[in-house]
Design a protein around this ligand. Structure first.
Ligand code: NAD
Length: 463
């Protein structure tokens, strides 16, 4: 945490499982935010001059510190955001893995030599940007933050991190654990809501803003950065489609759809947000998908996380109710349960159309809205006609259809036959409303640095 400067208000977090109080934390006011940026700026030049190998060593120590506190952080995350215990621990360990990766990759991140004149020397240097503001979401708070912080720190930047107001205790504790093994000011954490985030992006002292979060916030940040000149990396919302061909096993396709739509109660940026299934297999697919949803609703303590809060639950229920009013049929779920907390059932809707909000916008809940299509080509066309561009999956046994999907889907990541498939270090640029730049992988080291070209030649011989 930062200085003891005056604060404006408090954030209160309720446990999404049972509605009990997790705790309250102060929102950073303007003085505290300016203090955080000043502390980071004071640390930035020494840190930039620290040997890359030493920076890597310290980041490795930060990863090991996180291992020591993995269970504590995972439990805190479960209490704040409702994430199931195993998934919360998985998220923390994913963060550890990312820090370790950047600890190795940072020192070997390098420039190029260029081919100038025979007697000249030309090369590029990747320099840190300076002070990076990281604004992170709540849905996988440790894993996402570890990526941005690790890449920024190992390349020699000082960071001011503002975690989400929906998991401020997790974010603050993560900051304490990591900052303890880093030089003072290299990582400063401030807690607060959108106001604090807005101020951090409007101040000209910031060299780069890395935002993982909603598309609306991403747009506001891009606008603010147009005024300050800060470099912006945005990893934003998605409305990922799942297109199902007629030659696949409908029960397997239903498993894939359920994993994609219901894991973490649909609160993953690359959750399946809409499904286009070929008419040929639509009936057995829908039946199997409804059964998958029912199984999760029966055993929600181990299979279905709650939504992060009742505000999100209202949005999700709004999308579902509007779809039903417009002709969709509920096969399973769709009703807000009684009782404390913010659970929402795994929900399957059929007869969905492109008019519906549930198909056009990111719902971010455990909802699988399904449209039946007459051909794979129709499914692909509908999947592609979207303002988001994060990722998409197709299930098909035909190589020609898979190739066509790769060519026609204007998204950062196309997955064939596995909704959450991917290789370590895989990173793509999201398109349109889903953001800009690389938010993950080795390429994030490029985003966190700026390239300088150096040209050297000898002066002419004297006299
Ligand atoms: P959010 O954008 O509301 O919040 C993220 C961070 O931005 C928080 O720290 C928040 O306080 C801050 N913020 C909010 N308004 C701001 C403003 N006007 N200026 C500056 N900062 C501001 O997002 P969220 O609701 O916390 O997260 C859910 C969203 O994140 C979903 O849309 C999800 O798809 C997306 N997400 C994307 C990825 C990805 O890699 N593409 C990963 C995880 C989550």
């Amino acid at each position: 945490m930062t200085t003891g400067a005056p604060t404006t208000s408090e954030i209160t977090v309720l446990n999404p499982h049972d509605g009990t109080l997790v705790g309250s934390l102060p929102c950073a006011g303007e003085d505290e935010i300016r203090g955080a940026l000043t502390a980071a700026r004071s640390a930035a030049s020494d840190w930039a001059r620290t040997d890359p190998e030493e920076r890597g060593r310290m980041l490795r120590a930060a990863a090991e510190a996180l291992v020591q506190h993995a269970t504590e952080l995972a439990e805190l995350n479960t209490r704040e955001t409702g994430k199931l215990a195993q998934e919360a621990l998985g998220g923390v360990m994913a963060g550890v893995g990312t820090l370790r990766q950047y600890a190795e990759l940072g020192p070997v991140h390098r420039g190029h030599s260029l081919r100038g004149g025979v007697l000249a020397a030309d090369w590029t240097v990747a320099e840190p940007r300076g002070v990076v503001v990281a604004l992170t979401p709540w849905n996988d708070p440790v894993a996402v933050a570890a990526g941005l912080l690790g890449a920024a720190i190992v390349t020699g930047n000082a960071v001011v991190h503002k975690p989400s107001e929906r998991c401020p205790h997790t974010g603050a504790r993560l900051g304490e654990i990591l900052a303890e093994v880093l030089p003072e000011g290299v990582l400063v954490t401030v807690t607060g809501g959108p106001e604090a985030g807005r101020l951090l992006t409007q101040l000209p002292e910031v060299d780069a803003v890395a935002h993982v979060g909603s598309s609306a916030t991403g747009r506001a940040i891009a606008l603010a950065a147009a005024q300050t000149g800060a470099h912006v990396i945005r990893e934003n919302g998605g409305n990922d489609a799942l297109v199902i061909d007629d030659d696949v096993d409908p029960a397997w396709a239903a498993e894939q759809a359920a994993i994609g739509a219901f894991t973490n109660a649909g609160q993953i940026c690359t959750s399946v947000e809409r499904v286009y299934v070929h008419r040929q297999i639509a009936e057995p697919f829908l039946e199997a998908l409804a059964a998958e949803a029912r199984a999760r609703n029966r055993d929600r303590d181990t299979m279905l996380a709650p939504l992060v809060d009742r505000r999100l639950r209202e949005t999700v229920q709004g999308h579902v109710a509007a779809a039903v009013a417009d002709g969709a049929t509920v096969l399973e779920g769709g009703v807000v349960p009684d009782g404390p907390g913010s659970f929402y059932p795994a929900t399957v809707l059929r007869d969905c159309t492109e008019r519906m909000q549930v198909m056009r916008e990111e719902t971010f809940g455990p909802v699988a809205p399904v449209a039946v299509v007459e051909s794979f080509a129709e499914g692909l066309r509908l999947a592609a006609a979207d303002r988001y561009g994060l990722a998409a999956t197709v299930l098909t046994g035909r190589i020609a259809h898979a190739q066509r999907a790769v060519a026609e889907l204007a998204v950062g990541t196309v997955k064939i036959n596995n909704v959450f498939g991917g290789a370590p270090g895989g990173s793509a640029q999201p398109r349109r409303d889903s953001g800009a730049g690389f938010g993950y992988g080795p390429e994030l080291l490029d985003e966190m640095t700026q390239v300088k070209v150096v040209h050297v030649e000898m002066p002419p011989a004297r006299g």
